[in-house]
Design a protein around this ligand. Structure first.
Ligand SMILES: [Zn+2]
Length: 334
């Protein structure tokens, strides 16, 4: 290769992508719905699908065997075109997921902060590896374009799963609903239905799987869960004493719930009082939360370094840590 074509191609793809988004009426409508706090996961799922299509279409128009050297998607070109555009898509989609989840939590009266799924760099790497190991771009173009949309939808599935998992861990009873898209396959029709998150939470469970071109929705709305802890999470705080009492009640409720239902978590709550929050972690939390308006008593989780921290937000710079788990084999954000 004499001259490097990647920067120019990337610019063209990004421009095309922005144009595609700007003229997409469905995206406009969904964003309005999200802004008006009327959106559900089904809407974000559709939004992700549309964004995926916009990206896929940009590659379709800009990249071809004629534009690629030797008609091949060499690794160093693929990497520089796919990684930034897929990442941009992730940022837009995960942001809308967060807004929707925040609102769903509010509507369900649970003081729990939305979890934002991490950028999955392994998925992107596998797309890049796939296209760059084919002899000719035409050998993989169609499935590559499909996978861009597919990949976008998976981000919403991640958000559903991670938030349901968090809610499950604090004693709610999340229900996952899978809705078959019209005209989807037999396998998808057989999977449509409502499930207890706990029954489908194992890795690789079919309810959270989708085949290529599957437009089914996997949704979660905490209002459908049991409201065991609702009454202690949703009251307004009047003063510091009240706050202290409330946190105590929350802890008590979590401990009781746990004893009754979730023996596995017993240890984590028993340890609750003694967990110390080190200065470094606290400052990381401060940086993360400094621009957010958060109600006292909100429960949240955050991955920092090798650990996932579960804690209650009492006030800015004042957090009660009740669980810290080492996370292994998870995708780290870059
Ligand atoms: Zn399907």
């Amino acid at each position: 290769m004499n001259n490097d074509i990647a920067p120019e191609l990337l610019e063209k793809i990004e421009k095309q992508f922005d144009e595609n988004i700007a003229k997409n009426e469905k995206i406009k409508k969904i964003l309005e719905k999200i802004e008006n706090k009327k959106a559900t996961y089904q809407d974000v799922q559709e939004y992700a699908g549309e964004l995926g299509k916009c990206l896929s279409n940009s590659f379709k128009l800009i990249v071809s065997e004629d534009t690629l050297p030797d008609g091949k998607f060499y690794y160093n070109i693929a990497q520089r075109l796919i990684e930034p555009t897929v990442k941009k898509n992730y940022e837009s989609i995960s942001k809308q997921c967060e807004i929707v989840q925040t609102n769903l939590n509010k509507n369900a009266n649970i003081g729990i902060k939305a979890v934002v799924p991490k950028y999955n760099s392994e998925r992107t790497d596998s797309i890049i590896n796939y296209v760059s190991t084919r002899d000719k771009y035409s050998d993989c173009e169609k499935s590559f374009l499909d996978v861009l949309e597919h990949n976008a939808r998976l981000i919403v599935d991640d958000s559903v799963k991670e938030n349901a998992q968090f809610h499950d861990s604090v004693g709610l009873n999340p229900k996952i609903v899978r809705i078959a898209s019209s005209g989807c396959c037999k396998w998808c029709s057989s999977l449509a239905g409502t499930y207890n998150y706990r029954d489908v939470s194992n890795t690789g469970n079919d309810v959270f799987r989708r085949h290529a071109n599957c437009h089914c929705s996997v949704i979660y709305d905490p209002i459908n869960g049991s409201r065991k802890v609702q009454n202690v999470w949703d009251k307004k705080i009047e003063n510091k004493d009240e706050l202290k009492k409330r946190i105590e009640r929350i802890n008590q409720s979590l401990i009781n719930d746990n004893k009754k239902n979730y023996k596995l978590n017993l240890q984590m709550f028993a340890k609750y009082k003694s967990l110390r929050l080190d200065a470094h972690t606290r400052s990381e939390l401060n940086t993360w939360l400094k621009h957010d308006e958060i109600e006292s008593g909100t429960l949240m989780l955050k991955d920092i370094g090798d650990y996932r921290y579960y804690f209650v937000y009492n006030d800015f710079d004042n957090y009660t840590l009740y669980k810290k788990v080492k996370i292994r084999g998870r995708n780290r954000s870059k």
